[in-house]
Write a protein that binds this ligand. Structure first.
Ligand code: AVI
Length: 325
């Protein structure tokens, strides 16, 4: 395959500095303060996230890989031959490889990713393993409507692959909206193959977001380092700390950045004031029971055609299709 074929198509976005400044200032003005979790993923943040996935406490990645080891054959049979596989996020190459190894005559692989370096790296890795598979990387924000590249031949169905339980980082309303966008994108005969972390013992979930080596804490605070670099703000990283707490009623990890003292931070022309112990929300990681998730899919016009669990029953992969009627 020529390198040119691997060049990502650019579908714009990655907010310009002025837009980023506005988003951050708006979040700092909100009561309580709140910043969006996609701000985690600069180059360093993406590296730290990969390290999180290897921490003994972070069971999600290992469970999803174990699930694919056990069920990839059955998943591939369910999807059928001649699939166009569209992955939201360029993700973890191991999972995609496990799936592609089992698919029968896939038409093409379309990773959709906003971080261009991550997109290029994952495509390069997969192209080495699957030299005959057409790759059509798309540099875009998958939460917005996409312009998918024209496939090299007619697929029998388009399957949107969304592993990792990234759907958990969206609040209910946004998650339903995203599932609806997927439904539009996949067409009549298509489907959504999605990784969903399950509700379980609160201590087990909480420890996944509070690893002993402190990698998750570093990942969280890296958001402030990113803002200092890209916006020239003056967050003192040693005056903030990471806190991740499981809220059992809402069924989600709530990650906050806590100000350890009273302080002022300059962000552009704005001077943001933090009280001692003030918490700024930076991420939700929602956990679902199979029933919760089926109800949410239903609201998006989808239904669960099949559900697989890992051997320890910690994590699920679900295949969603258009809801009849
Ligand atoms: C990407 N996403 C599914 C991760 C999660 O588990 O919510 C992000 C993460 N945040 C802290 N640790 C991992």
């Amino acid at each position: 395959m020529s390198l040119q074929a691997l060049e990502p198509r650019d579908d714009d976005r990655r907010p310009p500095a002025s837009e980023l400044l506005e988003i951050v200032q708006r979040g700092l003005r909100a009561q309580p303060k709140r910043l969006p979790s996609w701000l985690f993923y600069d180059e360093r943040g993406s590296e730290l996230f990969e390290q999180i996935c290897e921490q003994p406490e972070y069971y999600l990645t290992r469970a999803e890989i174990a699930l694919l080891e056990a069920h990839a054959g059955d998943i591939a049979r369910t999807l059928g031959p001649d699939v166009r596989l569209v992955e939201y996020g360029s993700g973890n190459a191991v999972k995609t490889r496990q799936l592609l190894e089992h698919l029968v005559s896939p038409v093409c692989y379309v990773p959709v990713e906003i971080a261009s370096e991550a997109l290029a790296a994952s495509v390069q890795r997969l192209a080495e393993r699957f030299p005959a598979l057409p790759m059509q990387p798309l540099h875009a924000d998958f939460t917005r409507p996409l312009r998918l590249p024209i496939p090299p031949r007619a697929p029998r169905r388009t399957v949107i692959y969304f592993p990792g339980s990234t759907i958990g980082n969206f609040e209910q309303r946004e998650a339903i909206q995203l599932l609806r966008t997927m439904r539009d994108e996949m067409g009549e005969a298509g489907g959504v193959l999605i990784g969903v972390d399950l509700k379980k013992d609160a201590a087990r979930i909480e420890s996944a977001y509070n690893d002993g080596a402190g990698i998750t804490a570093e990942f969280t605070l890296n958001m402030l380092a990113r803002l200092n670099r890209e916006l020239g703000s003056d967050f003192h990283l040693d005056a903030f700390r990471h806190r991740a707490h499981y809220n059992p009623l809402a069924g989600r990890i709530e990650t906050h950045i806590i100000s350890t003292r009273e302080q002022k931070v300059r962000v552009g022309r704005m001077l943001a004031t933090f009280a001692e112990d003030e918490a700024m929300l930076v991420e939700y990681s929602c956990k679902y029971s199979p029933e919760d998730f089926a109800a949410m899919a239903h609201k998006a016009g989808l239904e669960v055609a099949k559900l697989w669990l890992d051997p320890e029953q910690l994590f699920s992969v679900q295949y969603l299709v258009r809801r009849a009627g």
